[in-house]
Design a binder for this molecule. Structure first.
Ligand SMILES: Nc1ncnc2c1ncn2[C@@H]1O[C@H](COP(=O)(O)OP(=O)(O)OP(=O)(O)O)[C@@H](O)[C@H]1O
Length: 584
């Protein structure tokens, strides 16, 4: 797991989280903190008043004082109840808003990342982070606020009562505290390790689930149910085991605390009994002291466990900052400007490129894609065809050289303006959840229903859409599961037609369509490509026949160029590919 933060930097992590969150939610936290201070004060007051209760009842026998004390007791508890409500209400509201906020921030950052980021982190890991890490931020802040304000101030108030009432007895209680804290801290290191491992197992569950749903056809047809079940059950058991370990560790703090507290309280009872019986002290003071001691136990216990709870949450917070702090893998240059629209001429000038630290995939490539013409890219698998498209869409920047749109280097343009010029029809059509209307309209935000229908007609999709029961309002299912391959392709053409960009990138599907679908698709494509700068990764003979120019790629270089007939005549690589019925 990549780590930006070492454990010793926990305090920096906490400080950053607290600073960012408190600044944004100052009012909510302010109200919750005031309410917590009231709770702390009322807790101390309830211990204090035990003195009066005991003394007046046992010794004073004054009925008017009893009324007054009863009223005070009622007042103290009502005030404490109201303050507890206010504190819980505002803390939850702020907490929920922090989760929502963090989720938005994590998602926005992920969305801003370049494509290589997505290849470096498994999607299941990202999904788990969006859901769990934001929760962790809330947990950590809740622990900090309740511990440092409510518990700490309650404890201070109660200790003040204890010391005031019985300074000597208080010493007995104070010896025990540090021992308990030391014992609990021994547990810390293991909590951190287990939490990190638990996160990985959670991501594993999401991953198996994703693969099961996306790959359900393969799972079923290859009888992979048993294999998937084993993977899932293993991941689930891992999470279960780790959750149990955490529970055991957290519960492990209780015996330490209970034993020590029991000993302390027994000691106090012994000494105080002696003081009352032998020393002639008033029972009221002792009662008040013992009440304060008993009430101090819970906040003291929570404070002692504070670091265990914090550590568990910090694992998620650390991962969250690690994700949101990651530099963008592809960013706009400062002062980037929108491309000035032109005829649609695209050039690659002396372009070399390699993915990450790998071998060069493109080498000193010079290519020109003339405006309004169709260029077919052909070549053996792995020769760099898709990489050329990636660079034209600026999914990556070249290692050296330039990609020019109408003479302008796209590395200096805004990403939006580059992609706005392009309509991309990918090999595997991707449909989003929603209706057919929605899916086509993604081509151009704000297009009217009529424009969508016109695009569908031009893409030869209108007739099949109308034959569906729901027409344009038919839900396509996850990634278009309810449509055929040919139908999905025509929808993606409709989307590209609607986009009306002057550059068309077409990554032709390798899988064959039936003759009718193929004919409908091809006709739609011809309409789409006419008058646009079209670059097609071609797997079909019909495409290369239609192309104005064919670029033959091999090992990252353009080894041949020309029209179909010329290349056949040249008897080079193209001819061999052609004789093998083209491409891969
Ligand atoms: N994201 C990536 N990270 C690392 N290497 C990659 C990545 N994508 C492609 N490659 C490598 O780059 C080389 C060129 O790949 P590219 O996809 O451009 O070839 P192609 O000609 O489109 O192949 P095909 O016709 O099989 O799709 C291949 O060796 C491939 O393994």
């Amino acid at each position: 797991m990549p780590r930006f933060f070492r454990p010793s930097q926990n305090h920096l992590l906490i400080w950053r989280l607290v600073r960012e969150s408190f600044r944004q939610h100052a009012l909510g936290y302010g109200i919750a903190i005031v309410a917590m201070l009231v709770v702390a004060a009322m807790t101390a007051a309830s211990a204090w008043i035990m003195q009066d209760i005991t003394n007046e009842f046992v010794i004073g026998k004054d009925i008017n004082r009893v009324y007054m004390i009863a009223a005070m007791v009622a007042g103290i508890f009502i005030l404490k109840g109201v303050a507890t409500f206010v504190q819980a209400f505002f803390l939850s509201r702020v907490g929920n808003s922090i989760i929502a906020d963090r989720q938005r921030k994590i998602y926005d950052r992920i969305l801003a990342q370049g494509i290589s980021f997505y290849h470096s982190i498994p999607s299941a890991d990202l999904i788990t982070r969006v859901t769990h890490n934001a929760q962790a931020a809330r947990v950590v802040l809740d622990v900090i606020v309740t511990s440092f304000v409510r518990d700490l101030f309650s404890l201070i108030g109660l200790i003040a009562v204890m010391v005031y009432q019985q300074p000597v007895l208080s010493l007995v209680a104070f010896i025990v505290g540090p021992i308990a804290i030391f014992g609990v801290n021994l547990i810390l290191r293991r909590v951190r390790k287990i939490m990190e491992a638990e996160f990985m197992s959670l991501a594993q569950i999401v991953q198996v689930m994703q693969e099961t749903t996306i790959g359900v056809r393969i799972v079923k047809s290859f009888n992979l149910e048993a294999t998937m079940r084993v993977r899932m059950h293993r991941a689930v058991s891992d999470v279960e085991r780790r959750a149990n370990s955490i529970a055991a560790l957290e519960a492990g703090t209780s015996p330490i605390m209970e034993t020590l507290a029991g000993l302390a309280i027994a000691g106090v009872v012994l000494v105080s009994g002696y003081l009352v019986v032998q020393g002639g002290q008033t029972p009221g003071s002792i009662m008040s002291f013992i009440t304060a001691l008993l009430l101090a136990y819970e906040p003291a216990k929570r404070l002692a466990r504070f670091r265990v709870s914090l550590e568990a949450g910090l694992v998620g917070v650390r991962m969250m900052f690690e994700l949101t702090d990651r530099p963008l893998t592809l960013a706009e240059k400062p002062g980037a400007e929108a491309l000035v629209p032109g005829s649609g001429k695209i050039e690659l000038k002396d372009v070399s490129f390699s993915y990450a630290d790998g071998e060069p995939v493109l080498r000193d490539l010079d290519l020109t894609f003339p405006p309004g013409k169709m260029t077919a890219l052909v070549g053996p698998s792995g020769s760099g065809k898709s990489t050329i498209m990636n660079l034209i869409m600026r999914m990556y920047d070249p290692s050296s050289g330039q990609v020019l749109f109408d003479g302008q280097d796209i590395a200096h343009a805004t990403l939006h303006s580059v992609r706005d010029r392009i309509a991309y029809v990918s090999q595997d059509t991707f449909l989003f959840s929603g209706t057919i209307m929605h899916n086509i309209r993604l081509g151009r935000d704000g297009a009217s229903d009529e424009e969508v229908i016109a695009a569908a007609k031009a893409a030869n999709a209108h007739d099949f859409i109308m034959a569906l029961k729901g027409g344009y309002d038919t839900q396509v299912g996850e990634n278009g599961a309810l449509l055929s391959g040919g139908q999905k392709q025509r929808l993606s053409i409709a989307r590209a037609i609607l986009r009306d960009a002057n550059v068309l990138l077409l990554d032709e599907a390798t899988s064959a369509l039936d003759a009718e679908s193929e004919a409908l698709f091809r006709e739609a494509l011809e309409k789409l490509s006419s008058g646009r700068t079209t670059i097609a990764i071609a797997h079909r003979l019909s495409t290369v026949h239609q192309a104005d120019n064919i670029v033959v790629m091999q090992d990252g270089k353009a080894v041949e160029q020309g029209r179909h007939a010329d290349l056949i005549e040249a008897e080079g690589l193209y001819r061999r590919l052609y004789e093998f019925q083209l491409m891969d």
